[in-house]
Design a protein around this ligand. Sequence first.
Ligand code: C2E
Ligand code: MG
Ligand code: MG
Ligand code: MG
Length: 281
Amino acid sequence: MKRSKGSGHAEAYQPQAFDIAREQFGMETALRRAIDRGHLRLNYQPIYDLASGRLVSFEALARWRDEAGAEFLPSDFIPVAEESGLIVPLGRWAIEEAVRRLAEWDARFGGDCGVKIAVNLSAIQLQRDSITPLLQSALTTHGLPGSRFTLELTESALVTDPDRIAGIMHGLKGLGTTIAMDDFGTGYSNLAYLQKLPIDILKIDRSFVTGMLADRDKVAIVRAILSLAQALGMQTTAEGVETNDLAQTLAALGCTYGQGFVYARPLEAEDAYALLENRRH
Ligand code: C2E
Ligand code: MG
Ligand code: MG
Ligand code: MG
């Protein structure tokens, strides 16, 4: 343990490390149970076309409320899921749940409800599981085309075995899905992959977007990503759009889509569906 080196505090830190390990183990056990018992759910955050203001999709974001009623966010449990391997059943559940939900929305709407759902895929999940046949079978079960779904991958997926991930991405594209590179600008610095992989959308990480109006460096980075995407024929989504001014500026800069608290926080499925119904009127 680096911090305790030579400080005489080594003993003080060890029980703490032990507690953290035990807490993680407790969370792992609880998370496994939650997955088995169906205690996870997806919330849906709307994504808008910035030029027209049209609602185009929802990003599915996992939520977990434990038996005592405490609500956990992905930042609490996704790392635990990745370390323990639970990301595989969690990720399978998320894909099947998103497909089932969109089919339900279509049925209630009386036809194609006009939006896509975007599902997050973890790098570790992609290494350990075969996502393409799983998605294909969910699509067949519910009678939906792959073109109704976007898959969000992060650059970390490309680090370990880029050729294998490229194969998976081509397989997913073969189902008609859209592929988005999530948190773009925060990961891998070798941009060569952008030429080789079938990426449709760059999602600009919210660390560059939120607060960019007061920060010329952030504006420079956002502009650079937008022009890179345009040159490569890709679309862009800005995450973390928290104000109207920001939405207008991003639209003026040519960003395709926007997502953030100015429009809506991630919504319960029922509230997300209500947005679809409102749009009809
Ligand atoms: P992400 O994919 O980059 O998702 C966007 C995150 O930004 C969400 O956090 C969303 O609530 C938050 N956000 C959206 N708009 C704003 C805004 O205007 N301001 C601020 N401050 N935040 C905003 P959330 O739901 O906590 O999810 C965090 C991350 O957890 C996600 O980041 C994604 O990487 C991961 N995640 C969520 N659900 C899943 C899942 O089902 N599978 C996997 N593998 N990862 C997931
Ligand atoms: Mg995402
Ligand atoms: Mg993101
Ligand atoms: Mg992000």
